[in-house]
Unconditional design. Structure first.
Ligand code: HEM
Length: 392
């Protein structure tokens, strides 16, 4: 019943989720982990102190040890992931999360997005174009680079590294993939280590956090700071690219362009699009205690896989869950819940609102000529790398 690597399930995981939710909503997979598909259960695990983050970190550390015996050094990945806040539990999690949220000034972010959207749209001069490669895949990395104050010319390089690094959050990572991941980590660490002391950088989040940290009572180490920057880049990249691509696909195929274009503000409608196709489909947790959920005995150390995409389509919570109802205002779990709730939800929403509105205004009546194609090869973050469209 659980086959997240099957290409059919990557393209359309919802029938698999429906079956699991109906037949075995808390399911022990052959790989040993527990699979959760009901909304209330997923929400419960995300908000309970009995479950912690870090299941991927453990697995990766085991991979590092194994490869070290074969004289393959992949310690860079551990260095990069050392302080990924997603992997940490309190109190270290609280310290790093506070450091970012308390010191991230949101002023000016909307202007940055608007400028980037205008630049990208103005570069599209043909009536047929690839909405992903020419627009949605570029916008998030351009925006994060500019927010951090990094040279804009670096955004494509950082985008490619983030695309490699996101595999660190996959459900299953092969040893071969770990080696690729290690290479991306090494480049990311080198990049940000240089930037920590680069006086020529523009004003931005990076310079600001480095300066605040210098005067902090309990400053983060350089390695911790580097992990923060890498994770902000990684967390904001594929998720936003996926959401933008999927949103355009849904808007075009569900005939929503003319309905959205007349609305002054589409923030409510975005919530429904976020529910309908969550970019992050799977989250992982580890049981910190022996617990029982719905008569299932979960042992300390067990791994839990939470299917957000399934929870967001649970008919016990959402009426006609497989329909897009723009005015639904759903309480989806797309940005998670509890202490690890997405720290950049506001940014993802700004980016998508401005991008969608401007595209619909500029490109009248888009139709799909090919795609979506070239899907990401895993279900944890679900999306595609090409969607060819025609204007008019
Ligand atoms: C549509 C886009 C996005 C989606 C769907 C998304 C989704 C998520 C989810 C589900 C989590 C919780 C993970 C867990 O509990 O294990 C999360 C955490 C996080 N997200 Fe996002 N995210 C998006 C965009 C962003 C952006 C733009 C940023 C930029 C800074 C960002 C930064 C983070 C960070 C730092 C965390 C970890 C928070 C913590 O552990 O305390 N995300 N995101």
């Amino acid at each position: 019943m659980w086959n997240p690597l099957d290409q059919n399930n990557i393209h359309n995981p919802y029938p698999m989720y429906d079956l699991l939710r109906k037949e075995a909503p808390i399911y022990k997979a052959q790989t040993g982990e527990w699979i959760f598909t009901r909304y209330e259960d997923v929400k419960h695990v995300l908000t309970s102190k009995n479950y912690g983050g870090g299941n991927r970190k453990d697995w990766i550390e085991r991979g590092v040890e194994y490869l070290a015996q074969k004289d393959i050094d992949i310690s860079h990945i551990v260095e990069a992931m050392n302080s990924f806040i997603l992997q940490l539990d309190p109190p270290s999690h609280t310290k790093i999360r506070r450091f970012v949220t308390d010191n991230w000034d949101k002023n000016g972010v909307e202007d940055i997005i608007q400028n980037n959207v205008n630049t990208l749209i103005n570069n599209i001069t043909t009536p047929e174009f690839d909405l992903v490669t020419e627009f949605t895949a570029k916008l998030p990395s351009m925006t994060t680079a500019k927010i951090m104050g990094l040279p804009i010319a670096d955004h494509a390089y950082l985008h490619d590294l983030a695309t490699e690094m996101i595999k660190a959050l996959d459900l299953y990572v092969s040893l071969k993939e770990l080696v690729v991941l290690n290479d991306a980590s090494k480049k990311f660490v080198t990049y940000f280590r240089d930037k920590l002391t680069d006086n020529s950088l523009s004003e931005g989040l990076l310079k600001h956090l480095v300066s605040v940290n210098k005067h902090a009572e309990e400053p983060l180490t350089d390695n911790e700071l580097i992990s923060v920057f890498i994770f902000l880049f990684v967390a904001s990249e594929e998720t936003s690219v996926s959401f933008l691509g999927m949103s355009f696909y849904n808007i075009i195929t569900h005939d929503l362009q003319s309905e959205l274009i007349v609305r002054e503000n589409i923030s409510l409608e975005l919530e429904e699009l976020l529910r309908f196709n969550s970019p992050v489909q799977l989250l992982g947790r580890i049981a910190l205690e022996d617990t029982i959920i719905d008569n299932h005995r979960i042992k300390k150390g067990d791994t839990l896989t939470l299917c957000i995409g399934a929870a967001n389509r649970d008919p016990a919570v959402f009426e006609s869950p497989n329909e897009i109802q723009l005015d639904r205002n759903p309480k989806h779990l797309t940005f998670g819940k509890g202490i690890h709730y997405c720290l950049g939800d506001w940014l993802a929403k700004y980016v998508s609102e401005i991008a969608i509105r401007e595209c619909l205004l500029k490109f009248n009546n888009l139709t799909i000529i090919e795609g979506p194609t070239d899907w990401y090869n895993n279900l944890a973050i679900r999306g595609f790398r090409s969607l060819k469209v025609r204007v008019g």
